[in-house]
Ligand binder design. Structure first.
Ligand code: SAJ
Length: 429
């Protein structure tokens, strides 16, 4: 094995599990992050992100002596860039973390080293942006050192398992670079490893997340159509999905998180004349919180002064990640409409949002509410008992934006139930 010591840039949701997994598999790993708070937290045994099993893994990696955490890169056999790629206000990719990580590698780069970009990036970033920066070292990618792109495909909530088990795509600037990537990741990857070129690998990642975005977008549009035509979209999707070649995803309050709501824009930015379906999908999914607000207004009428409880703030069920969460956008819209909003996020009960009251428990959240809105299908929220809710709440109205509740039980407990994607005819049941 040529790569015994590696340097991982970015100790977030991808970099930290990756660095730790390499370390627990025997490599010497230097984990680098530009945020002193992250370094400080990790040095004192804490963790700045929540992911099942990660604390134990990080402790094992640091405890073994194989993982060290610092602010500066060191000479290594391989370098992995796993930094965020957010977008600017105009939706163009912000590659500043990627370029500064590449610049930090330059002084340490030696012949025979391997550099891998894992951050989700617009097509051609590896060859057009990263390679020229690394060339400032005087070394040529593909001749003097190896350079590859390998996308991360792990699902938040299941990162540790998927990191090892998922199939992995490694795209080299030349074949030897892809092979070098295979050698490195084979240390822990048990899924199949597929080799290709760097730009194809970048596209693969963007296509996966864009495909999911389009599928959710059409589900959201179907929900709006079902609502107009007075049918239940959930029933219709279940029936359509009995077709052997159809698999429609779930409508909801919108698409959040740091991946699917961001990545498709990289394609729109790179080829605005071609990516018209992708842009339209983004617009549908980005406007879904407004659609949910509209549903709440239809249920409750005037929102000004109404006591509304928002249940769930995370971007998806059973995670505590609030990044780009459509639930939070809906809360902002409710506050703007003049409602008195109480928020309850069971996985982050101290989360504060401007203009709202934070409740620490479901009981506290529902106390005296006129209306409760289910925004995330967290397990502890969908298990809420309508009879108990009836005892705590002042009003008898619920809005379910995620199809998490059994409408009949709520109706039996005396509630008016409004569900996303269910037209009036079915609501009355
Ligand atoms: N969502 C729906 N309906 C659905 C499925 C999801 O509205 O049927 C919403 C979720 O509530 C959430 C958003 O979409 O707001 C995204 O959630 P997700 O579970 O689809 O995806 P992420 O963002 O957690 O992770 C995705 C994954 N990509 C794919 O499944 C193609 C993951 O494998 C990637 O590694 C990750 O993006 C990433 O890092 O890019």
């Amino acid at each position: 094995m040529r790569f015994n010591k590696i340097c991982v840039f970015g100790l977030g949701y991808i970099g930290l599990p990756t660095a730790s997994t390499f370390a627990t598999h025997g490599l010497r790993v230097v984990g680098v992050d530009v945020n002193p708070q992250v370094i400080q937290t990790l040095h004192t045994g804490g963790l700045h992100i929540h992911e099942p099993g990660l604390r134990t893994l990080v402790q094992a990696a640091i405890g073994s002596g194989n993982l060290t955490i610092c602010e500066q890169a060191e000479a290594s056999d391989a370098f992995i860039i796993a930094v965020p790629t957010p977008f600017f206000e105009d939706k163009s990719a912000d590659l500043r973390f990627v370029t500064s990580a590449a610049e930090a590698i330059v002084p340490h780069l030696r012949p025979g080293n391997l550099v891998i970009l894992e951050s989700t990036s617009p097509p051609r970033t590896t060859v057009d942006i990263v390679a020229p920066i690394l060339q400032h070292s005087g070394l040529v990618p593909g001749s003097d050192f190896y350079l590859a792109y390998s996308p991360e495909r792990v699902l938040p909530g299941q990162i540790l398992r998927e990191l090892i088990e998922n199939a992995r795509v490694i795209g080299g600037v030349d074949h030897a670079s892809a092979e070098a990537g295979r050698e490195l990741y084979s240390v822990f990857v048990r899924g199949d490893i597929f080799l290709t070129d760097a730009t194809t690998a970048e596209m693969v990642k963007l296509m996966e997340n864009t495909y999911r975005d389009v599928n959710i977008g059409i589900a959201n549009e179907f929900a709006r159509l079902a609502d107009r035509f007075g049918i239940d979209v959930w029933e219709a999707i279940n029936l359509a999905n009995r077709h052997p070649r159809v698999n429609i995803l779930r409508p909801g309050p919108g698409v959040g998180g740091h991946c699917i709501s961001v990545d498709p824009w990289f394609l729109v930015e790179a080829a605005p004349d071609l990516a018209t379906l992708i842009r339209a999908t983004r617009q549908v999914n980005d406007s879904q919180p407004h659609y949910v607000l509209d549903l709440i207004q239809r249920a409750a009428g005037e929102l000004k002064g109404r006591q509304i409880t928002a249940l769930g703030l995370a971007y998806k069920p059973d995670v505590d990640d609030l990044r780009e969460s459509p639930a939070i956008e809906i809360v902002h819209l409710l506050v703007d409409a003049g409602a008195k909003v109480t928020v309850y996020e069971p996985y982050k009960p101290d989360a504060q949002l401007p203009g709202t009251r934070t409740a620490a428990s479901l009981t506290e959240a529902l106390q005296d509410a006129d209306l409760a809105v289910l925004l995330v299908a967290h397990k502890p929220l969908i298990e809420a008992q309508p009879t108990q809710a009836a005892a705590w709440m002042r009003g008898r109205l619920v809005v379910d934006a995620v199809n998490g509740w059994d409408a009949q039980s709520w109706q039996q407990a005396g509630f008016g139930v409004y569900r996303l994607g269910v037209g009036k005819l079915k609501v009355e049941g």
